[in-house]
Write a protein that binds this ligand. Structure first.
Ligand code: TNX
Length: 531
């Protein structure tokens, strides 16, 4: 790591020069650079999710300039390139990564972190001569980089060149997550979302240290992942969506592109194939999967609970095994989500019989099962995870699961469902789980909320977003932001840091960031948004 100190005066001069270079007339000659800096300045008190420990040092601000280079040796290079990709468009600076002759104001990413910070933790030091991120893994460096960008002025998020100066407040942040699993979910089944829309959301949620992407790939209204052994699932079963508009699907290559893009944002994809209910698209594609041998028509409404695979037919399990085999082969992550929710057309006895045959198939193809909490009825083995989606603070199935050694993924619908309306005036969304304003999304503790589920049994949190009413990226963004950052903080920050007054004031500084990045968000009246 090499960083050459230089004087604060020289630094300020460079920053103004940089601004002039980038924005032409942005800083008029003779303007007081301090005023400009103050307007754009960031502090260490606006980070979301709140870090474990923050020690500001106002005497040690760092200025990112046209001379700043990123030093990211060895395996750190990928995160270095990612960071350069964040910094170049808005600063207009070249920001070389690992140049032969390092610049004067360096940002160093190093895999020499303190093992006590765990695989996702990092230490970020901002001093006037250099910024350093230390971690034990590239995941940790990536998390440190997300914090780093929040220390720069909001304009850093812009896709086009902005005036500087690009000052980062001095100090040191030591950070690691409370829960290792923090997921966002998308539902391209109800309305299809293109690969680019999924990538856009991945980039948006990665800023808040979300590290899993749950894709709800199949439902009554559409089967969205190509399965080579059952081609009609997408040739026929993907043609429509809610409302009757044309649907769409991911080829296996598209899916791999999403998986790889997520991985480049240090995010693991969890595919969901929902069964035995939520299967009208499959049943309408293959008559033989129906108990009566008759294929129903495609479905474009938003009811749930009317479809079921035929539990007593052998071909059902040939089908399920083929699907699980192909999906598992395409998915590098450890989990395969098998749904299991709202199987209202399947008797309890049939449901348990079905799951008892399917669970071993997940294991056979090397994956751990995840399922909506109802599948606890089938008493899945210890490494299976139950995703709680109820609107109360517990369920007897969770207590039985914890006793068996299962972990629980917390996504209580009345707190975390990003497809619920904020209030009665929200133009999009549903309200079956109630209205969810930002304070509601933030107002619970994942480690103690679920009765009889101790923190050690909580794998993490998820913010699902079902898309009966959501069609565009703008819709997704309006519903996810700013509730997604609220859920992300509950998953990341230490319990002692969870405080609504603090959160709402920190979140206020994210309005300009979200706006600068060109994405939509809900201007909740609960937040004292900064201009
Ligand atoms: C419940 S959450 C569902 C979904 C709907 C969602 C709408 C869950 C396990 N099932 O099928 O899309 O509500 O909010």
């Amino acid at each position: 790591m090499s960083a050459r100190p230089r004087s604060r005066a020289a630094k300020a001069g460079l920053a103004v020069a940089g601004a002039l270079l980038v924005a032409g007339t942005a800083v008029p000659a003779g303007a007081d650079p301090t005023t400009t800096a103050d307007r754009a300045a960031s502090t260490m008190d606006t980070i979301v999710p709140a870090p474990e420990s923050v020690k500001p040092n106002p005497a040690a601000d760092f200025e990112l300039t046209a001379q700043t280079a990123i030093l990211a040796p060895g395996e750190a290079a990928g995160v270095g390139e990612y960071l350069a990709g964040v910094l170049r468009p808005s600063t207009g600076f070249p920001v070389p990564v690992n140049p032969a002759l390092p610049g004067t104001g360096d940002i160093a990413l190093a895999l020499d972190g303190d093992p006590a910070l765990g695989p996702q933790g990092y230490r970020l030091q901002v001093a006037d001569e250099a910024v350093r991120v230390h971690a034990t893994s590239t995941d940790g460096l990536f998390n440190g980089v997300q914090t780093l960008r929040q220390l720069l002025p909001a304009g850093i998020e812009s896709p086009t060149a902005q005036p500087g100066p690009w000052t980062m407040p001095g100090g040191e942040i030591t950070d690691k997550p409370r829960f290792g699993h923090r997921s966002a979910q998308l539902d391209p089944a109800r309305h299809f979302f293109t690969v680019d829309m999924v990538k856009r959301y991945i980039d948006q949620v990665a800023k808040y240290k979300i590290n899993k992407l749950h894709l709800h790939l199949t439902d009554d209204q559409g089967w969205r992942l190509q399965i080579n052994s059952w081609p009609r699932l997408t040739e026929f079963g993907a043609q429509t969506e809610v409302g009757g508009t044309p649907g769409g699907y991911y080829t296996q290559q598209d899916y791999t592109e999403i998986v790889n893009y997520a991985a480049s944002r240090h995010m693991t994809v969890i595919p969901e194939i929902d069964m035995p209910g939520h299967t009208n698209a499959a049943l309408s594609s293959y008559a033989e999967l129906n108990c009566d041998g008759v294929a129903p028509p495609p479905y474009t409404g938003i009811d749930v609970g009317f479809s079921s695979l035929c539990v007593n037919k052998d071909i059902t399990y040939t089908f399920v095994e083929d699907v699980i085999r192909e999906v598992a082969a395409l998915t590098p992550g450890p989990y395969l989500h098998i749904g299991g929710d709202e199987a209202h057309s399947t008797t309890d006895e049939d449901y348990v019989a079905f799951m008892s045959k399917v669970l071993p198939l997940v294991e056979k193809y090397g994956k751990k099962p995840l399922g909506w909490h109802e599948y606890g009825k089938a008493a899945p083995k210890g490494d299976a995870v139950l995703q709680f989606w109820g609107t109360t603070n517990g369920d007897p199935l969770l207590n039985e699961a914890v006793a068996r050694g299962n972990e629980v993924l917390a996504s209580p619908a009345n707190k975390t469902y990003l497809d619920m309306k904020y209030d009665e005036n929200t133009p999009l969304g549903l309200q079956w789980a109630g209205f969810i304003e930002v304070a509601d999304a933030y107002g619970w503790d994942p480690g103690s909320y679920l009765q009889g589920v101790p923190e050690e049994s909580v794998l993490g949190v998820e913010a699902p977003m079902f898309s009966e009413t959501l069609e565009t990226s703008q819709h997704i963004e309006f519903m996810a932001f700013p509730r997604l950052p609220a859920i992300a903080e509950l998953g990341w920050s230490p319990k002692g840091a969870l405080n609504w007054e603090s959160f709402k004031n920190r979140l206020a500084a994210h309005g300009p960031r979200l706006a600068a990045s060109g994405q939509d968000f809900y201007r909740s009246p609960q937040i004292p948004w900064q201009e």
